[in-house]
Write a protein that binds this ligand. Structure first.
Ligand code: C5P
Length: 213
């Protein structure tokens, strides 16, 4: 019996397909899953709901320290404006410090965990057994987001979605605290021309090999 959690770290930009892949892998292997983007979103939403500023590091860090990972509601937190606000609070080192601590505790859950985000393989779980970096061109990612919004009958403009994704990529990749980048030992999976099933099979091959070793 293993007494150390088998950790799968999945990183990548918005709408790369990493969230769906992480959920599918967790369900396949019977592992716990944490979408770490929700933790940044929850901090942003709590600040907005309480009428607090998004750029005060001490206030945002206090909210981050009080966050309960069990109360994260994907439906409520998925709103577009919350994602935008989340990427603003995510630039603050004290907020990251508090959330990373909670994420690391979660990662230790037996028998294993899947965490997805921007800095899992590089900062949160540098010793993860498998690291995946999921990417796709900005145009393909914007089309996916656009189709999702249309399916929910939300107003959507492809060019606005594309501009938005590029702005968020820019903020996530160029911030000084834990910028989005592949870990040196991450496996790159480009889903531009791949459906979710193909991405799952590729990830499964890598994970099965690591589980055997
Ligand atoms: O993945 P999601 O779109 O929900 O993430 C929202 C924002 O939270 C991202 O744009 C990013 O700025 C931030 N984030 C982060 N580190 C993570 C996960 C998310 O900085 N591990």
């Amino acid at each position: 019996m293993q007494n150390k959690a088998f950790i799968i770290a999945i990183d990548g930009p918005a709408a790369s397909g990493k969230g769906t892949l992480a959920r599918n892998l967790a369900s396949h292997y019977g592992f716990h899953h944490l979408d770490t983007g929700l933790t940044y979103r929850a901090v942003a939403k709590a600040l907005i709901d309480q009428g607090l500023p998004l750029d005060d590091e001490a206030i945002a860090a206090r909210v981050a320290q009080e966050l309960d990972l069990k109360g994260l509601d994907r439906t409520v937190l998925s709103a577009h404006e919350i994602g935008e606000a989340a990427s603003k609070v995510a630039v603050m080192p004290e907020v990251r410090r508090a959330l990373v601590e909670a994420q690391r505790k979660f990662a230790d859950n037996l028998p294993g965990t899947v965490l997805d985000g921007r800095d899992i393989g590089t900062v949160v779980c540098p010793d993860a057994r498998v690291k995946l970096y999921i990417t796709a061109s900005a145009e393909v990612r914007a089309e996916r987001r656009f189709n999702e919004m249309r399916a929910k009958n939300a107003d959507a403009d492809y060019n606005a979605v594309l501009d938005d994704l590029k702005r968020r990529d820019e903020r996530d990749m160029n911030r000084s605290a834990s910028p989005l980048k592949p870990a040196s030992d991450a496996h790159l999976i480009d889903t531009s021309k791949m459906d979710i099933e193909a991405a799952f099979l590729e990830a499964k091959k890598l994970i099965d090999a690591a589980l055997r070793s």
